[in-house]
Design a protein around this ligand. Structure first.
Ligand code: DP6
Length: 334
C-alpha cells in the first residue's frame, strides 16, 4: 500500500426479539442459539477507517464520540483490524479510526452491534477488500456477536451455525415490511459493570440455560411467523418470554448478573397494566442492561411514549423504526 486509503460506513443498532445469550465457541463467537432482531434505522454508528502506512505514531488511533479511546476498547478494535488485514492477506499498516454514535453508548442499547458492523464494512472497503454480505456478517460476528445481524436491514435472523462460515445472519423481512417502533426507556446511561462479552461465557453456569435453549425452536418459529404476518399479538408474548428467560439465566449464573434497576421493573409492570387496563398494544424486551425497549406499532407510539415519560426513573425515551443494513457513505468523520 503506497497511499492512504479511507472509507466510511454507517450501521444501525439492533434490538433482539429472540436473544443471543451464551457462546458455544468464545474465540469465534459461535452462539448457543439462533437469534432474531430488528435493525434500528434511527439509532446508528458512523465509522471512518483510514489505513495509513506513513503514520508517524506507527500505532492505531481510535476516537469514539470525539474522545480518544484507549485500553480494552481500543485493543478490541485493533484485534478486529487484524482480522480484516488477515482476510486481505496483508501485513497491515496502522489505522486511524473515528466512530460516532447518535445514542448513548454502553447502556443496553447495543452499541457494539452497530460499532463492529460499521467498522467491518469501512475497514474492508478502505483496504479495497471485496467481501460479500455473508463474509462481512461472519467478520462482524467475531468483533461482536450481535453485529453479524446489523449488516442487514429490516428483520434479521442469525443462524447459530457450526463453524466460522456457517454462523451468519440473513434477512427475514425487509424494513418496509412492517413499521414497528422501538421506544427505548433509558433508565441509566452508566457503563455496565459486566460486559455482554464476559456474560456470554457464564450462561452455561445457570441451571436454567438448558431449559431456555430447549424452548427456543418454538419461540423462533413463533417470531418468524408473527413477523411474516405482521401479528403483534403473536410477536409480543414471545419476545417478553425470551427477554425474561434470558434475564433469569443471567440472574442464576455463577457469578450472578443482575442488570435491572427498580425503574426497570416499574416499566415492565406499567406495560402490563397499560395492556390489561387500557388495551394499549405494547410489549417489552430488555438487553444486557437496565433499559427497557417497548415494541409497538406507529398508532400506539405517542400514547406509549407520553406514559413512559411520566414514570419515575425514566431519564429519556429514544425512538426508532426499522432501517437499512450497513452501508458505505461519502461523508467521512475526518
Ligand atoms: C443481550 O453481541 O453485543 O444484547 O459484543 O460481546 O458485548 P458483545 O456481545 P453482543 O451480545 C448481545 C447480547 C444481547 C442480546 C442480543 O442482542 O441478541
Amino acid at each position: 500500500m503506497s497511499t492512504t486509503a479511507k472509507a466510511t460506513a454507517r450501521a444501525g443498532s439492533n434490538i433482539a426479539f429472540i436473544k443471543y445469550w451464551g457462546v458455544a465457541d468464545a474465540s469465534l463467537n459461535l452462539p448457543l442459539n439462533n437469534s432474531i432482531s430488528m435493525t434500528l434505522g434511527d439509532l446508528y454508528t458512523t465509522t471512518t477507517v483510514e489505513w495509513d502506512p506513513d503514520s508517524p505514531l506507527n500505532a492505531d488511533t481510535l476516537q469514539i464520540d470525539g474522545a480518544a479511546a484507549t485500553g480494552s476498547k481500543a485493543e478490541r478494535v485493533s484485534r478486529h483490524l487484524d482480522r480484516v488485514a488477515q482476510l486481505a492477506g496483508i501485513d497491515r499498516p496502522p489505522a486511524r479510526v473515528a466512530s460516532h454514535n447518535n445514542f448513548p453508548m454502553a447502556s443496553g442499547i447495543a452499541s457494539s452491534a452497530s460499532a463492529f458492523a460499521a467498522l467491518s464494512v469501512a475497514a474492508a472497503a478502505a483496504l479495497g477488500l471485496h467481501l460479500d454480505t455473508r463474509a462481512l456478517s461472519a467478520l462482524a460476528r467475531k468483533g461482536s456477536g450481535s453485529a453479524s445481524r446489523s449488516l442487514f436491514g429490516g428483520y434479521v435472523e442469525w443462524e447459530r451455525g457450526c463453524d466460522d462460515a456457517s454462523s451468519i445472519a440473513h434477512p427475514l423481512q425487509p424494513a418496509d415490511h412492517w413499521a414497528l417502533i422501538d421506544l427505548v426507556a433509558v433508565v441509566s446511561t452508566a457503563e455496565k459493570t459486566v460486559s455482554s462479552a464476559s456474560g456470554h461465557t457464564l450462561a452455561h453456569t445457570s441451571p436454567l440455560n438448558t431449559a431456555r435453549i430447549a424452548s427456543l425452536d418454538r419461540a423462533l418459529a413463533q417470531v418468524r411467523s408473527a413477523l411474516a404476518t405482521r401479528n403483534l399479538a403473536e410477536l409480543g408474548p414471545a419476545i417478553e418470554q425470551d427477554a425474561l428467560a434470558m434475564h433469569a439465566v443471567m440472574m442464576t449464573s455463577s457469578p450472578s448478573l443482575l442488570y435491572w434497576q427498580p425503574a426497570t421493573l416499574a416499566i415492565l409492570q406499567a406495560v402490563r397494566r397499560w395492556r390489561a387496563n387500557e388495551g394499549l398494544p405494547v410489549y417489552f424486551t430488555i438487553d444486557a442492561g437496565p433499559n427497557v425497549h417497548l415494541i409497538c406499532e406507529p398508532a400506539a407510539a405517542a400514547a406509549v411514549s407520553s406514559r413512559l415519560q411520566q414514570l419515575d426513573g425514566v431519564q429519556a425515551v429514544l425512538s426508532s423504526g426499522p432501517g437499512a443494513g450497513t452501508t458505505l457513505i461519502q461523508e467521512a468523520l475526518f
